[in-house]
Design a protein around this ligand. Structure first.
Ligand code: MG
Length: 278
């Protein structure tokens, strides 16, 4: 076969052989004189496996606060009505369990029948630690003060964008919350931070919370326990909720991250070990 090609077009064949030879030589030389791949040398444990579950969760390690059937994980649920896999607001609802740093998923829907305007239309709220309100409001073509519309940290920061769906449509909040820290004297040593996606759209990005969210008072921190119950607000409107779950967050390996930072600061030996990757 090759002889046939050589006879047919010897110059083209010679050029092809030359190109292949150069390629092989380049590959052989590649990596020579280079340091080996870098690795931190930190003995990271394998991250635990979490089954993310269906779209919208709950993941396998979540505490399911409401699965559409009952509100047994909550106090003060008497005023609420459960139907068709969702619960309708009827009182301030508070979890029996306390939470600090967390990832929280909440699905809610403002009433399909539009009544009222501004703060008077589909108002509820997710109170992290019972102190810090993420506003729930029908903000679809419903103007109010911007730091009070859906997704606002109430009276502290409007959402980055208005990602609201229409009244009656289900929407989600995915909230990542870092609780504030206080020292034994009750002084704030680290404020709370919150990141929120509404319907998959980022609406708060690691926002530094300034204190309790109040209607008639400026925000301020009051020392409280590291974990407190979560509250859903009843503002007199039949806002619906479903699929509520929460994951407690923590970093089990802060000391390893600190070790790596210290090593980098001190200057790590180059290529202490090798590992494939990139
Ligand atoms: Mg509210």
């Amino acid at each position: 076969m090759n002889q046939l090609i050589q006879r047919a077009n010897p110059r083209r064949w010679q050029r092809a052989v030359l190109i292949v030879t150069i390629g092989v030589l380049a590959a052989a030389l590649h990596g020579q004189g280079q340091p080996p791949p870098w690795t931190s040398g930190i003995a990271w444990p394998e991250p635990k496996v979490v089954d993310p579950g269906p779209a919208g969760g709950p993941p396998s390690d979540a505490v399911v606060l409401f699965d559409g059937k009952d509100l047994s994980k909550w106090h003060n649920a008497d005023g609420w009505k459960i139907e068709n896999g969702y619960a309708v607001c009827g009182s301030n609802l508070t979890t029996k369990q306390a939470f600090g740093d967390c990832q929280l998923h909440v699905e809610w829907a403002a009433p399909a029948e539009v009544k009222g305007s501004g703060q008077g239309r589909g108002n509820s709220g997710v109170y992290l630690m019972g102190q810090y309100e993420i506003q729930v409001l029908d903000s679809h073509k419903n103007k109010t003060y911007f730091d009070g519309q859906a997704g606002a940290i109430y009276k502290q920061r409007p959402p980055l964008v208005n990602a609201c769906r229409k009244p009656g449509e289900w929407q989600s909040y995915d909230i990542i919350f870092e609780a504030p820290r206080f020292n034994p004297d009750g002084e704030l040593t680290r404020p709370a931070y919150v990141t929120i996606l509404q319907n998959g759209v980022l609406i708060q990005n690691h926002f530094e919370i300034m204190g309790e969210t109040e209607y008639r008072r400026q925000p301020r921190y009051k020392a409280h326990a590291p974990k407190l119950p979560l509250t859903l607000q009843y503002h007199g409107h039949p806002v619906r909720y479903r699929n509520i779950w929460i994951r407690e967050l923590g970093d089990d390996h802060e000391e390893l991250t600190a070790e790596l930072r210290a090593k980098l600061k001190a200057g790590l030996p180059a290529g202490a070990a090798t590992r494939d990757g990139g």
